[in-house]
Design a protein around this ligand. Structure first.
Ligand code: FES
Length: 105
């Protein structure tokens, strides 16, 4: 599988970044690095409201820009909104040293 490597230093804690031309995104928190397809399970629209802007204001959850569904960062589970109980599609991500290794999908 082809991979993409980005520096951990370019992704601050509580920030997100698009990859695969916006089809996917990665989020870094205090507890780890998580990646998902950029597709809301409610209507299939992209989640972000601006480039790289995927998180709610308090940065504790991922928030869909279309109808406001909110998802846990750690597992993509929807805790609030029209698709409550659904999950974002998770992407395996590896962290090796100061590098984040992501699949090209
Ligand atoms: S499209 Fe995401 S909550 Fe409706």
């Amino acid at each position: 599988m082809d991979t993409l490597t980005i520096s951990l230093l370019t992704l601050k804690i509580d920030e997100a970044k698009e990859f695969n031309e916006g089809a996917c995104f990665v989020v870094r928190t205090q507890t780890g690095v998580y990646a998902y397809k950029n597709r809301c399970p409610h209507r299939g629209t992209p989640l972000n409201w601006l480039p790289d802007k995927f998180l709610a204001l308090d940065k504790q959850l991922i928030q869909c820009a279309t109808h406001g569904a909110q998802f846990r960062i750690e597992d993509g589970f929807c805790v609030w909104g029209p698709c409550e109980g659904a999950c974002l599609e998770k992407i395996e991500v590896k962290v090796e040293g100061d590098k984040i290794i992501l699949p090209i999908v």
